[in-house]
Each structure stands twice: as structure tokens, then as C-alpha cells.
Design a protein around this ligand. Structure first.
Ligand code: GLY
Ligand code: MN
Ligand code: MN
Length: 367
């Protein structure tokens, strides 16, 4: 028997499997295996049947599985076989009539091997079931995300305090990753985006050798991974006298973000939250310069359900944690994105990130 909260997550999944008429699910997405069991290794499959839960792994992880997942049944393959072949044997022994597979996390080669070994018609595309559960965070997950945000914010405060004009985007990215780890992150949740001057118009700019003192504004988008959970924030620092047009787009983005955050509560649709920000940016004449969705869930992955977007169906539920990150990107001039992390509560929302966002507060004297 697994310990909580993993046992509760498995039970929730079993309810979903029953609703779908599935006898079992083969979990091949490593993050989904972690979510259900606490196992943080890789290259392992989890078979979730009605009365049986089995992790199929190899000798590299034997001790780790014992430590991380006490009470979990485990089949360890030997060097003569593959994890997939052993998984097939277990499925055959379980005598299931329908087996869900995570079709978006299985290579064609692995699918072909499963299909060749197992009775015809057994495999059912059941992608997204665990991702649906992961969209709503339990208390333990919410705490980990809070810790990740704290680490992220402390790292940024150090970056800001130590900023010098001669620093390159690359150096800052390196220093920021270092600080995140110093404060307790296992790693960055994604490569930091550090974009100075006109490069900030590239929403996912790769840090370059560009020296930040040469431009009056600097965009920083960074995230840390703490106990497996991600945070994802963006701030723009104003390093000198920025053109009036830059302040203009900053204020539009700032207001759009505020309006969208104010909308967040259970029951509101994902499209409505996106619209609240996008409508304001469009009305200000910058609609075509905001090409991405408004935000996304964060958790074990940096981008996961739910997606705040004009093309996504669904609504917010208590326990979801989303980014709210409107942006305006003017080619060859510069861009603004402001990104915060928000928890949906039963009554409305809680803004989890605490760094200031007012234009004045983003000004830094570095000369
Ligand atoms: N850092 C990537 C994003 O904001 O989605
Ligand atoms: Mn981001
Ligand atoms: Mn984001």
C-alpha cells in the first residue's frame, strides 16, 4: 500500500478508469509515474490495474524505489530483457480486457511492440487522464510550488542587487541559476530568458553576449524547480531612461495582467480570463503584438493544464495554479511581459508571487 498523498491520487485515477470503462492503465510518462508514486527516477513504467499497482523498473533504481515508494510492488528486469517486454508479461498476467495507454507519451516503436505482444483490440488511447488530475494541486503540491516561488524570488532579488552594466545576458542567466540552487532549487525549471533592449521583443530569447548596460530595459523570465515543482515568473527591469513608448506598453501589460488576475475564481472559463487581458491589449492597439496564450498551469512541469488561452475549453477549479503573463512584443524595439503565479481558491484566488510590479518599482540604478 502506498503512502498518502500517492495512494489518494491512485484512487482518483482508478475512478477515472472506471468511468472510461478501462481495466488498467499503462503509465509511460515519467512525470505521471512520479505524481502517482513519488518515484523520481526514469525509464520505468507503472501498471495501474483495479487491484494492483506495479512499477516496472531496472536494477539502477531498486534501492531508490524502496526509499521513495515504500509499500509499492515492483518488478525489476534483468539485463536479458527490456522494460517493455517485462511490462507486456505483466499485462498478459493481469488478464485485462482493455488497457489504456498514454498515446502522447509512447514512441511508435514501443506502441508497435506492445501491439505485437498483446491481444488485438486491447490497447485504448487514454492520453491525458493523469494530466487532468494533475491540473488540480493537493495541499502538498501547493506547498512545494510556494517554496519554489520563494526560492525564485530570493534569487531574483540577489540578481537585481548585484546588477552591473558590464554583465552580459549569459552571465546573468548563469548567476541566476546559481542563486536558485543556492536558495534550495534542485535546478532551474527551464533555461532563464534574459533579454536586453530590442532582444526583449523575442518572447523566448536565448541569452546572448549582449551587455545589459547598453540598453535601458531588461526582461528576465526564470523558474526554479523545488522538490520537483516549478515556478515561472517574469519581470522587466528599467535600467536607465526608457523611451516613453516603452513605459506605455509596460502600463498596458500591467493593467491587462491585473484585470485578468482579478477575474480568477472557480467556474470562470479559461477563455474568459484570456479575453480579459487580450481585450485590453487589443483596445490599446497592440493586439497583434500579443501572440501567445495568457498563461498555463505549473506543477511537475512548467507548462501543464490548464491553459488560459482563446482556444482552450474548460474552466478554473480550486487548487489549480496558473501563470498570468500578458506581453507586448514590438519587433526591433522591445517587449514587455509580466508573469506571476496564482492559486485558484474556493473563494477566488491567491496571488502566490510577491515581487513588485509597478513601473517605478522596476527601476534600478546600476551606473
Ligand atoms: N518561461 C516560459 C513561460 O513563461 O511560459
Ligand atoms: Mn516564464
Ligand atoms: Mn510561463
Amino acid at each position: 500500500m502506498l503512502r498518502k498523498p500517492f495512494s489518494s491520487r491512485v484512487e482518483q485515477l482508478r475512478k477515472l478508469l472506471k468511468q472510461q470503462g478501462l481495466d488498467a492503465l499503462l503509465v509511460t510518462n515519467g512525470l505521471n509515474v512520479t505524481y502517482l508514486t513519488g518515484f523520481q527516477g526514469d525509464s520505468s513504467n507503472l501498471l495501474v490495474a483495479k487491484n494492483k499497482l506495479t512499477l516496472v523498473s531496472d536494477t539502477r533504481f531498486e534501492t531508490q524505489i524502496r526509499d521513495e515508494c515504500p509499500g509499492l510492488d515492483c518488478e525489476i528486469r534483468d539485463a536479458q530483457t527490456t522494460t517493455l517486454a517485462l511490462t507486456c508479461k505483466l499485462v498478459q498476467a493481469a488478464r485485462v480486457a482493455s488497457l489504456g495507454i498514454e498515446a502522447d507519451n509512447l514512441t511508435k516503436a514501443s506502441y508497435d511492440e506492445l501491439a505485437a505482444q498483446l491481444p488485438a483490440g486491447l490497447l485504448v488511447d487514454s492520453r491525458g487522464l493523469i494530466e487532468q488530475l494533475r491540473a488540480v494541486k493537493d495541499r502538498e503540491e501547493q506547498e512545494k510550488i510556494r517554496r519554489s516561488i520563494r526560492v525564485n524570488e530570493r534569487a531574483f532579488e540577489v540578481l537585481r542587487a548585484r546588477l552591473v552594466p558590464s554583465a552580459s545576458e549569459c552571465q546573468l542567466a548563469f548567476d541566476l541559476e546559481h542563486q536558485m540552487r543556492q536558495f534550495g532549487a534542485s535546478q532551474a525549471a527551464f533555461k532563464p530568458i534574459i533579454a536586453s533592449g530590442p532582444r526583449s521583443a523575442l518572447p523566448h530569447a536565448i541569452p546572448s553576449r549582449h551587455v545589459v548596460g547598453e540598453s535601458p530595459f531588461l526582461l528576465v523570465d526564470w523558474g526554479s524547480l523545488v522538490e520537483g515543482y516549478a515556478s515561472d515568473l517574469t519581470r522587466v527591469l528599467i535600467l536607465g531612461k526608457a523611451p516613453a513608448k516603452y513605459r506605455k506598453i509596460y502600463e498596458v501589460v500591467r493593467e491587462a495582467q491585473e484585470r485578468a488576475i482579478a477575474m480568477i475564481r472557480p467556474g470562470v472559463t479559461l477563455k474568459e480570463v484570456d479575453r480579459a487581458a487580450r481585450g485590453l491589449i487589443e483596445a490599446a492597439g497592440f493586439g497583434k503584438y500579443f501572440g501567445h496564450g495568457l498563461g498555463h498551469g505549473i506543477g511537475l512541469q512548467v507548462h501543464e493544464l490548464p491553459f488560459l488561452s482563446p482556444i482552450r475549453d474548460g474552466h478554473l477549479q480550486p487548487g489549480m495554479v496558473v501563470t498570468v503573463e500578458p506581453g507586448i512584443y514590438l519587433p526591433d524595439f522591445g517587449g514587455v511581459r509580466i508573469e506571476d503565479n496564482v492559486l485558484v481558491t474556493p473563494e477566488g484566488h491567491e496571488l502566490l508571487s510577491t515581487l513588485p510590479r509597478d513601473y517605478e518599482a522596476m527601476q534600478v540604478q546600476i551606473n
